[in-house]
Design a protein around this ligand. Structure first.
Ligand code: GLN
Length: 445
């Protein structure tokens, strides 16, 4: 275990100067953890890993990549951090993200710009860009991220690794710094579906500290891996919105579907008639919840406090100096959507549309076991390309957002390259059918 931790820490020293995937690395803590692990702890004993820096770690800086939390050291561990500890995992460090997980490129981090390991001039995706890059660069065999509208699947696609967003409620959110509580879900980045199944075995399960945690039986996520896809029904979406979809990405995904068909799966067409409203719906609900969740950062209870003459001034200054542009944009949109005069017109309508989108998926999964589509419309794009155009940035999430609105699980599976950049095949299934997703991914790999 100690050798493995050392190898991982050496890899940080060697590549992370340029890659900038990590915000915090605690060598001493990692080495002493490694020495304390015993094989009896199971398959994760001594395995180095990283956590996105919005997952609380006791005694270790947890910033959410925000100035407002730049000096925040949590007094407790997130449930997932405890579970990985118990399973013998060795935490190497905390990874970069878009500030408070708001973004699709990791560019809104207040601290650094993580590079895509395949092309240093391009974004790693986001918001869990640091975790995706750390696995893709071989620094750690797995890392955790969080996915509110695609933040595990999209960077997994851009960095050419496997990423899974579990069913809402499957993995405890206790100790995850909240962005949009009804959408947030923690999940793994790995090299293979099998590795993801092993990590899922360690991190999933009911948690009394998370009131939205699902009371479902623990299961062995590796159980169905070898079943293959023979007889499985693959749904492909009729009239999938194709605005901005790179034809080469579409080709790579079509080829992946044909490969699975060749292995005995059958393809059926399904309808998701409300897909075109998903992005608009998400960008009301997510900012609304964010505006409420972020009201706790007032300079009093957490992190940074600005010098000021009066208390109100202190609140104002702490928040103006502590939050970046994208976070402020979301707080303003969310506060507006929730204000009494506009609540019915925006927030309520968005909730109604969310129900319709969830029903679309329920109906589609009566006809198929999984739905396949691209994870993202394009491959990783250059830094700065979309950072001045929030709408173009938001449209990048068109294929990932519906899973969060519907609460269903989804994964991104590497499915080839376009011009040297990885493409992701997205695999969606009905609630709690992660095993079917892992089975399809494993058959494809
Ligand atoms: N890119 C989306 C957003 O900016 C999703 C982020 C996420 O999943 N955390 O909100």
């Amino acid at each position: 275990a100690a050798d493995w931790a050392k190898a991982s820490l050496d890899a940080v020293r060697k590549v992370d100067g340029e890659l900038e995937a990590f915000l915090t690395v605690d060598e001493d803590a990692a080495l002493s953890r490694a020495k304390a692990t015993t094989t009896g702890q199971g398959v994760l004993a001594g395995v180095p890993y990283a956590l996105k820096d919005n997952i609380c770690t006791q005694g270790m800086l947890t910033t959410a990549a925000s100035r407002i939390l730049e000096n925040y050291i949590p007094p407790y561990n997130a449930t997932v951090a405890n579970l990985l500890n118990d399973a013998g995992g060795v935490l190497i460090g905390k990874t970069n993200l878009d500030e408070f997980a708001m973004g699709s490129t990791t560019e809104t981090s207040a601290f650094k710009k993580t590079k895509n390991p395949y092309a240093k001039g391009r974004v790693p995706g986001g918001s869990s860009g640091g975790s995706a890059a750390a696995v893709a660069a071989g620094i750690v065999p797995f890392a955790l991220g969080s996915d509110t509208g695609g933040s595990i699947r999209q960077p997994a696609a851009f960095c050419g690794v496997f990423g899974l967003k579990p069913t809402y409620g499957r993995v405890s959110r206790y100790g995850l710094i909240a962005f949009a509580s009804s959408l947030d879900q923690i999940g793994p980045f790995t090299n293979t579906a099998e590795d993801a199944a092993i990590v899922m075995n360690a991190i999933s399960g009911y948690d009394k500290y998370d009131s939205t945690s699902a009371k479902v039986e623990r299961e062995d996520f590796t159980q169905d891996l070898e079943l293959g896809v023979k007889g499985l029904r693959i749904g492909i979406v009729r009239n999938l919105p194709e605005e901005g979809l790179n034809p080469a990405v579409k080709q790579a995904v079509d080829a992946a579907i044909r490969k699975l068909e060749g292995e005995g799966a059958t393809v059926v067409e399904v309808d998701l008639p409300h897909s075109e409203y998903a992005v608009a719906t998400y960008y009301l609900i997510a900012p609304a919840e964010a505006s409420s969740n972020l009201s706790r950062y007032d300079g009093v209870r957490f992190g940074r406090r600005a010098e000021a003459k009066s208390m109100i001034d202190m609140f104002e200054q702490s928040r103006s100096q502590g939050f970046g542009m994208e976070v402020k944009r979301r707080i303003i949109i969310g506060t507006y959507a929730l204000s009494s005069g506009y609540y019915d017109a925006y927030y309520k309508r968005a909730q109604q549309m969310r129900t319709l989108i969830r029903r679309d998926y329920e109906q589609a999964f009566e006809q198929c076991d999984v739905i396949l589509m691209p994870t993202t419309p394009t491959t990783a794009f250059p830094f700065g390309e979309k950072s001045d155009d929030p709408l173009a940035m938001y449209l990048n999430d068109i294929y990932t957002i519906p899973a969060n609105l519907a609460g269903i699980p989804g994964a991104s599976v590497p499915c080839g390259f376009v011009d040297g950049l990885p493409v992701g095949l997205q695999v969606l299934a009905k609630p709690f059918a992660e095993r079917t997703i892992l089975r399809v991914a494993h058959a494809y790999e």
